[in-house]
Write a protein that binds this ligand. Structure first.
Ligand SMILES: Cc1cc2nc3c(=O)[nH]c(=O)nc-3n(C[C@H](O)[C@H](O)[C@H](O)COP(=O)(O)OP(=O)(O)OC[C@H]3O[C@@H](n4cnc5c(N)ncnc54)[C@H](O)[C@@H]3O)c2cc1C
Length: 471
């Protein structure tokens, strides 16, 4: 059931006397060595499992610092964890060690309505934070589809994106400062709480998206926007997949920037409808889910233009959500795609390639060709507005021949993505699952420079070891 790490005896990795020291740092009720707790923290959304030796819930940066100092003295790995919703195995203790769960650091410390910034702890759930700022007429746009459970710390560590990235950008565009406990246990503040600041290297940007390899984030300063006055949600239904892809290019070329431009192919539509039963068109080859926001007059005008483009490109139906409930239903459908896919087959290899937006028709054609040649069921959906397609290769991991075929297909898809000027990950990161492909995009020197940076932050390689820099 468990992969590497499971057989390690707890006394081999973290001795009892060390566990006692950890109990003195955080309090014994926050240190778990029981098998039930270790199992609960042995997996993430990749559904791979590696058993940790210990699960610890610190209360603040000081406790995190003491644990990291001890880890350096005693030589055990530390793996930071938020909600464990990552899609690339970032929280998996591949070499065993201590899983450091940051969910007790869950305070919104301040929402500064004069400077439009907020100070938050990493364990705050993204959707909860959004609701709090919206009560004050403010807006925190990054909206991973996991927003109801993922944490801001996890979002920062992965530089999460979401449907609104097409207009508003991703997590890194909102993080202006951090408090970080370095792997050595030292605590630093990076960035600013001002509208600008250029003193020294931009350590904030380096740490955002570093997947918990350079430090443990214990405080986050984000900038906020005024909440848009209105929004409209539109569903466009297509009998032909390539027409939906063409629509994305046409909308962007028409200089309309929707707040969201999401795409689902036929298999994704069928899975979600089977899961939620909310009346999605199961005979369609593709749908686009779009949102426009802003001043009511302009939002109406953009919605009308989008409707016209969708119809011109081949949509046979374009619906605008009439009320909050139908709008929420459409977004619920979008957020349900990922979990609903497991009905198709027990394992999904979930990739999140991103191509220049005008290359979406090309990459979809290539993916379909690779899927056909490899005799694999591939379900595509994603943030089409920013060229980010979630490619899900549906297999049964118990069938090794199928797994090999799927791995070959993924490699081909990555190759095609890079040839079109794209990237192998738009938002999910590298973690464990994409580590074998890291060099395809960065080359030997690119990876070597990153290894040097990791070493300068973490000389003893104790924080999240064995992740993105695996050879
Ligand atoms: C249904 C579903 C939908 C999703 N949709 C999206 C989407 O639309 N866009 C998107 O970008 N992602 C999406 N994801 C992936 C995932 O939710 C994001 O990567 C999210 O940011 C992870 O947050 P988390 O709190 O679960 O972090 P975890 O999974 O616990 O951790 C992720 C990484 O961050 C590190 N980490 C966590 N907290 C800290 C900290 N405080 N300091 C340092 N490192 C830390 C971990 O070590 C790990 O490497 C989705 C996942 C699911 C299951």
């Amino acid at each position: 059931m468990f992969s590497q790490g499971s057989e390690i005896n707890i006394a081999d990795m973290i001795e009892k006397r060390v566990i006692n020291k950890i109990k003195r740092i955080v309090g014994k009720e926050y240190v778990h060595s029981e098998m039930e707790e270790r199992v609960c923290y042995s997996y993430d959304a990749t559904n791979q499992r590696y058993l940790p030796d210990l699960v610890v819930f610190p209360a603040d940066a000081h406790e995190v610092s003491e644990i990291l100092k001890l880890a350096n003295e005693e030589g055990f790995p530390v793996i930071p964890r938020g909600a464990g919703s990552g899609f690339t195995g970032g929280t998996l203790p591949v070499n065993g060690g201590l899983v450091l769960v940051l969910t007790r650091l869950n305070n919104i410390l301040e929402i500064d309505t004069e400077n439009l910034i907020a100070f938050v702890e990493p364990g705050v759930v993204t959707g909860d934070f959004q609701k709090e700022v919206e009560k004050l007429g403010l807006f925190y746009p990054p909206d991973p589809s996991s927003l109801k459970f993922s944490t801001l710390g996890g979002n920062v560590a992965e530089c999460a994106g979401g449907p609104r990235a097409v207009k508003y950008g991703v997590t890194k565009d909102y993080v202006i400062g951090l408090e970080v406990v370095l792997p050595t246990g030292e605590i630093i503040s990076t960035g600013v709480q001002t509208a600008k600041g250029v003193v020294g290297y931009d350590l904030t940007k380096l740490i955002v998206g570093s997947e918990g390899t350079l430090g443990v984030i214990t405080k986050i300063i984000v900038k906020l926007l005024p909440l848009p006055a209105s929004k409209k949600t539109i569903l466009a239904i297509y009998p032909k997949l390539e027409d939906a892809a063409k629509t994305v290019t046409m909308i962007v070329a028409s200089k309309i920037i929707p707040a969201a431009l999401e795409f689902m192919d036929h298999s994704a539509i069928v899975c979600v409808e089977d899961f939620l039963k909310i009346g999605l068109p199961e005979d369609a080859e593709a749908v686009l889910l779009l949102e426009v926001d802003g001043d009511p007059y302009l939002a109406d005008k953009d919605a009308a233009r989008i409707r016209e483009i969708c119809l011109r490109c081949g949509a046979n139906e374009v619906e605008t959500a009439e009320d909050k409930k139908s709008e929420e239903n459409l977004w619920r459908a979008r957020r349900a795609i990922s979990p609903s896919l497991l009905k198709v087959s027990p394992t999904k290899i979930n990739e999140d390639i991103t191509v220049p937006r005008n290359k979406i028709p090309d990459i979809l054609a290539k993916i379909n060709d690779i899927a056909k040649r490899s005799e694999l069921n591939v379900v595509n959906f994603g943030h089409a507005g920013d060229g980010n397609i979630h490619v899900n290769v549906m297999i049964d991991k118990k069938k090794s021949e199928e797994v090999n075929r799927a791995n070959e297909a993924v490699k081909e898809i990555f190759q095609a993505t890079l040839e079109l000027g794209g990237t192998i990950s738009g938002e999910h990161g590298i973690g464990v699952t994409k580590a074998p492909y890291f060099k395809m995009e960065l080359g030997d020197l690119g990876v070597e420079v990153m290894k040097r940076i990791k070493k300068s932050f973490d000389p003893n390689n104790i924080l999240n070891p064995g992740k993105i820099f695996q050879d």
